[in-house]
Write a protein that binds this ligand. Structure first.
Ligand SMILES: [Zn+2]
Length: 109
C-alpha cells in the first residue's frame, strides 16, 4: 500500500489493520505528518519507566500511547462499521472531501 498523502486526520475514527493491535479501533489524537504516524486513543500503549525527579516525585511506570504508522491503520466508516478505503470528492468548487468508497459517507463533515 502506497500512501502518498496523509488521508487521516485528527479526530478520525480508525481501525488498526496490522500488528499486535490489529482489529482495535479508536480516535486519532495526533498526527505526525513528517513521520506518517498517528497516535490513537487507547491503542498501542507502551510502558515507560520514569525516573524519580527531585524529592517528591517517585519513579514508576507511565503508560502512554505510542505512534502507529499510517500504513497500519485504515479509516473506519461508522456507517459500514468496518475499515474502508476512501476516495476524494471535490466539494464546493475546490475543497476535497474524503468519502467512503463503499457507502459514500463523508468523513469531512
Ligand atoms: Zn461506508
Amino acid at each position: 500500500m502506497v500512501v502518498s498523502k496523509l488521508h487521516i486526520k485528527k479526530n478520525d475514527l480508525v481501525m488498526v489493520t496490522e500488528g499486535k493491535e490489529k482489529g482495535k479501533s479508536g480516535r486519532v489524537l495526533k498526527v505526525v505528518p513528517e513521520k506518517k504516524k498517528l497516535i490513537i486513543e487507547k491503542i498501542n500503549f507502551i510502558k515507560r519507566h520514569t525516573r524519580p525527579h527531585g524529592q517528591q516525585r517517585r519513579g514508576g511506570i507511565l503508560e502512554k500511547e505510542a505512534p502507529l504508522h499510517l500504513s497500519n491503520v485504515m479509516l473506519l466508516c461508522e456507517k459500514c462499521n468496518k475499515p474502508v478505503r476512501i476516495r476524494h470528492r471535490i466539494v464546493e468548487g475546490n475543497k476535497k472531501a474524503r468519502v467512503c468508497q463503499k457507502c459514500g459517507e463523508s468523513f469531512d463533515k
